[in-house]
Write a protein that binds this ligand. Structure first.
Ligand code: ATP
Ligand code: MG
Length: 293
């Protein structure tokens, strides 16, 4: 049975123009002709080194940036639903994305501005309790909370308006390893409860392997491989995917981030091919591959 599609990314490219310090204009091709569908109710993991275009793709899907070419479609959402905050995002660092002057309750209530006051308040309190923030704590400001608790507030704020699709852009990368698992459990619980679709961006391949249903691998703005988490790990096809798997990234997120940044810098010795045909090597497992090779 064909799966319902939540997001269709159709031939999306993105170029940025920026001035170098010498005043010359530079063109950065952040995304090259991305074709991708995200199915309803799944978690799609998006991996790739720093600068490969992961955040840019998610911003274009969310409508926060415009594509230079191509389209984003939500075939199962009506315009009405799209307007009703069906798309949300959870950022890596809730501290910088949460207004420090508002209490947890005010922060979570904010997206519900269109509802009557009392209804907004009771919805916000219910979701805060669901994520583990209750009692007097709801009146405290972000600075009074630990990193993990702040992320819980960020999650509550993202899901309080009952979205359909949520981008999680490295939601646990700033947290201690011991806290990561509790946040992932929470995300998974909310996904089951509300039928959410996640695009889960991470540097941590081990984490993505266990958290995502499918994995998309990006390299220098191109999608180079896409498949189920088990296919990507057990039968990686693209040289870059194999390289990422082999490079044995640290479990410590800060360390893994640094290692990936180093990988990105080390371009000469690791120049992988991004031209080719999009081939289906086994059912649902695609790779960008050089013809006749
Ligand atoms: N607003 C912008 N102006 C100019 N260039 C940009 C802008 N945003 C992103 N870029 C460039 O686009 C490319 C992709 O960036 P992006 O932030 O999407 O990468 P990423 O995969 O999310 O990296 P990271 O893992 O470090 O978050 C990079 O070369 C980046 O410098
Ligand atoms: Mg990013």
């Amino acid at each position: 049975m064909p799966k319902d599609i939540m997001v269709e990314v159709a031939g999306v490219s993105k170029t940025y123009r920026k001035k170098s310090w010498l005043g010359q204009e530079q063109v950065v091709q952040a995304l090259k002709d991305i074709e991708l569908s995200i199915f309803k109710g799944e978690t799609l993991g998006l991996v790739g080194e720093s600068g490969s275009g992961k955040s840019t793709l998610s911003k274009i899907i969310l409508g926060l940036e415009t594509a230079s070419q191509g389209d984003i479609r939500f075939p199962s959402l009506s315009d009405q639903e799209l307007k009703k905050q069906a798309l949300q995002v959870i950022y890596q660092d809730p501290y910088s994305s949460l207004n420090p002057n508002l209490s947890a309750l005010e922060l979570v209530k904010e997206p519900l501005y269109a509802l009557p006051k009392e209804e907004a308040e009771s919805k916000a309190l219910a979701i805060l309790e669901r994520v583990g923030i209750s009692g007097d704590a709801v009146h405290k400001r972000p600075k009074s909370f630990s990193g993990g608790q702040r992320q819980r507030i960020g999650i509550a704020r993202a899901v309080v308006s009952q979205p359909q699709f949520v981008v999680c852009d490295e939601p646990t990368s700033a947290l201690d390893v011991s806290i990561q698992a509790t946040i992932l459990d929470l995300l998974r619980g909310l996904q089951d409860e509300f039928g959410l679709t996640y695009l889960f961006i991470s540097h941590d391949l081990t984490l993505v392997r266990h958290f995502a249903d499918r994995i998309a691998v990006m390299y220098k703005g191109s999608l180079v491989e896409l498949g189920s988490a088990s296919a990507i790990f057990q039968n990686p096809q693209h040289a870059y995917t194999r390289y990422l798997l082999k490079s044995n990234l640290s479990l410590d997120p800060a360390q893994a981030r640094q290692e990936l940044a180093d990988l990105a810098k080390n371009k000469q010795s690791h120049d992988f091919v991004t031209q080719g045909q999009w081939l289906e090597v086994e059912e649902g497992h695609f790779v960008l591959s050089i013809p006749d090779k």
